[in-house]
Design a protein around this ligand. Structure first.
Ligand SMILES: [Ca+2]
Ligand SMILES: [Ca+2]
Ligand SMILES: [Ca+2]
Ligand SMILES: [Ca+2]
Length: 423
């Protein structure tokens, strides 16, 4: 054999071998070992690659507010006919790692703030989730430093979750150990569990023959996309954390008791192809075999980008005083403290929540109005940014000086300004 022929056959081998390592398949059970180490996942199964436009990795190992010992480095995803496989790598010295999955449109958690297990200070941008545009996680995998058996937490309804341990409904393993590098948590989640069998949903299972193999196949809503975000969090109830993957438009916090608003996520197209012949050439409700998960992955906003935590400033009123008895209202507006550019895709997707509180001159709270999501490009909302002079019980308040205080969700800065109620 000549040198040239050898090189050519070696090349051919490489070309043939590379996709086989990274592609989804009918059966990946011999490729993926759920052992807490993600070295069995290939580069084509990594959600985060290199952003050549920005010239930086999509998810760095050193972007955590608490440093590289509390950082989510990478999330891997692949699948076969039986399972969804997920791995997440990083370091969580004395802390927790959570990978959130939104699999069904129009249901899912609005936040983790009041759930009955794994209560954490993360809220999700669910706007548009019925149409598949928002992020309302239906389930999440979670572990803590030193734990070898991650949990799978499934939303049943509202704030009720089922905190599941390794068993028939899923397999998982984790190896995080203080500052050691190269550790991960890994999940093999049967499709029945991915699509929420424990919440009364699940897949439609059919014994059928495809490609000469007779097997039970698990059908989910055709064309499903999975939305994914991973977070690092402290261990206590009511805490949040310093790193999110993908990057968060509103950023994270170095204060573990502050609320973090999760407003960016990866989107993985599971089902574009007709694997079974039941999809008339299109999506058939089976996660596609022989495709690269990497090529199926996109982001709401591609990372990396600079996060912006907004705060409100410069409150103005349409009048210095008003008479609620005469049916008058006082209208207010404010500015965000950081400029936004409508041509920047990150800025165009930035949202913020605003809370308006009105206090009387003795500092008693009389009225609270919350608007959880508002576009940073259009920060005022005339129909909400006003007050009719009534307290939270609906009674017109006494005449006197009142103070409006505006707080943007996640910000520690407040804008205040006083005005007068006349009766
Ligand atoms: Ca492994
Ligand atoms: Ca990171
Ligand atoms: Ca990050
Ligand atoms: Ca398919």
């Amino acid at each position: 054999m000549t040198f040239r022929a050898l090189t050519l056959s070696a090349l051919l081998l490489l070309v043939c071998a590379a996709p086989a390592l990274a592609a989804t398949a009918r059966d990946l059970s011999s490729n993926i070992r759920i052992d807490g180490f993600a070295d069995d996942f290939a580069i084509d199964e990594a959600i985060f690659g290199y952003n050549e436009i920005v010239g930086a990795p999509e998810e760095p190992w050193d972007d955590s507010k608490w440093g590289s010992n509390e950082d989510l480095n990478q999330i891997y995803i692949t699948w076969d006919a039986k399972n969804l496989y997920i791995a997440a790598t990083g370091v969580i010295w004395n802390n927790n790692m959570v990978v959130l999955l939104d699999v069904i449109n129009g249901r899912g958690l609005e936040s983790m703030v009041a759930i009955n297990s794994w209560r954490r200070n993360f809220q999700f941008d669910t706007v548009g989730s019925a149409l598949g545009n928002g992020f309302a996680p239906d389930l999440f995998g979670a572990t803590w430093d030193g734990n070898t058996q991650p949990h799978l937490i499934v939303q049943l309804d509202g704030n009720r979750v089922d905190d599941q341990v390794v068993g028939p409904t899923f397999r998982a393993s984790a190896s995080f150990s203080q500052g050691n590098l190269g550790r991960a948590m890994e999940f093999a989640i049967p499709w029945q569990s991915v699509f929420l069998a424990s919440a009364g949903l699940g897949t439609k299972d059919t014994l059928m023959t495809v490609g000469g193999i007779t097997d039970t196949l698990h059908f989910f809503p055709p064309g499903t996309k999975i939305r994914i975000a991973g977070v690092i969090t402290a261990g206590g109830d009511g805490t949040s954390g310093p790193d999110i993957a993908p990057d968060n438009l509103g950023g994270t916090t170095d204060n573990s008791s502050a609320l973090v608003f999760v407003d960016n996520w990866a989107i993985v197209d599971l089902d574009l192809l007709d694997d079974t012949g039941l999809g008339n050439g299109g999506p058939d409700g089976i996660a596609d075999w022989d495709v690269s998960p990497k090529l199926r992955t996109s982001f709401r906003v591609r990372p990396p980008f600079l996060s912006k935590q907004f705060s409100a400033s410069q409150i103005t009123f349409d009048r210095p005083a008003f008479r609620p008895d005469a049916g008058e209202r006082i209208r207010f507006s404010f500015q965000l403290d950081q400029p936004v550019n409508p041509n920047d895709p990150a800025d165009a997707n930035r949202v913020f929540g605003i809370t308006a509180k009105i206090f009387d001159v003795r500092g008693r709270l009389v009225r609270t109005v919350v608007d959880p999501t508002r576009s940073a490009l259009d920060p005022t909302n005339e129909s909400i940014d006003q007050w009719d002079g009534r307290d939270d019980a609906g009674q017109i308040v006494a005449a006197g000086i009142y103070v409006l205080r505006l707080t943007v969700t996640g910000s520690t800065k407040r804008a205040t300004r006083s005005f007068v109620v006349v009766r």
